[in-house]
Design a protein around this ligand. Structure first.
Ligand SMILES: C[S@@+](CC[C@H](N)C(=O)[O-])C[C@H]1O[C@@H](n2cnc3c(N)ncnc32)[C@H](O)[C@@H]1O
Length: 232
């Protein structure tokens, strides 16, 4: 039986029991193996774009005798799937913009999948805003600490995002609504980062018009985050 890191285990919590899952960017295939070995799902299609991790995933699945339940496919994002082949897709351990590219690239598959479990390694705010503007709603979220770092997990389904304004949407509507226990700490990190970027920008002697606009936007966003922080 494989054991998972806290980050990967949190992803497994959001997988509906008995569902058919695609794990995009599976790398070592730990998550598909865990889901199948524990009888949580019936079948997983594990996708991987790069040759090295693809071969490793195939080997790990074969060694455990799980070829009947886990199919490893080589290819880019959701393009390894035909529409309606899976009901849940996990896209974890990549940048937020890479996740957006994957969601955009093959609408036939994206539209046919009910639930997306997303774990961006960067620009989670950009991803959440994109989701809210492309008819996805965030139905659940979590923060998970692993080796001193806090990771964000977003669960999205098709539908209209109705919660809060832009600041709450980018921070995580479910994290805010549920007062996630790690939210204050996470917010402190975000506020510190934005203050530091702002200080750098303000050092520019004569900012260009686009930079000035960016500076104003950042100031507003920082104020909003500080307001939310006060309420926690
Ligand atoms: C850092 S690993 C994350 C592995 C695992 N999902 C996790 O969260 O631990 C990212 C993996 O995604 C793969 N990858 C990146 N872009 C991809 C894409 N467009 N389609 C499929 N796999 C991709 C990389 O080759 C790499 O193995």
């Amino acid at each position: 039986m494989v054991d998972l890191s806290p980050r990967l285990e949190q992803l497994s919590v959001f997988v509906p029991r008995g569902s058919i899952v695609a794990d995009i960017g599976t790398d070592h295939a730990f998550l598909p193996i865990y889901l199948v070995q524990r009888g949580l799902v019936s079948r997983v299609i594990a996708g991987e774009i790069n040759d090295g991790p693809y071969r490793l995933a195939c080997q790990r699945v074969r060694e455990r005798g799980l070829n009947a339940q886990i199919e490893v496919r080589k290819g880019d994002g959701l393009q390894i799937l035909t529409p309606n082949e899976v009901d849940t897709a996990i896209i974890a351990g990549m940048g937020g913009r890479n996740i957006i590219d994957i969601l955009c690239a093959y609408p036939g598959a994206t539209d046919s999948i009910c639930r997306f479990i997303l774990q961006p390694m960067s620009e989670a705010d950009v991803l959440r805003l994109w989701l809210s503007r492309h008819y996805f709603r965030i139905v659940d979220e979590a923060l998970v600490r692993e080796k001193g770092h806090i990771y964000e997990v977003i669960v999205a389904e098709h539908g209209l995002e109705t919660s809060g304004g832009e600041a709450v949407v980018t921070l995580g509507p479910k994290l805010v609504a549920n007062r996630h226990p790690l939210l204050s700490e996470h917010l402190d990190v975000l506020i510190r980062r934005r203050r530091s970027i702002l200080a750098q920008m303000e050092k520019l002697a004569n900012p260009t018009a686009p930079n000035y606009k960016r500076l104003r936007r950042l100031k507003t966003h920082l104020k909003q985050l500080e307001e939310i922080r006060k309420c926690l």
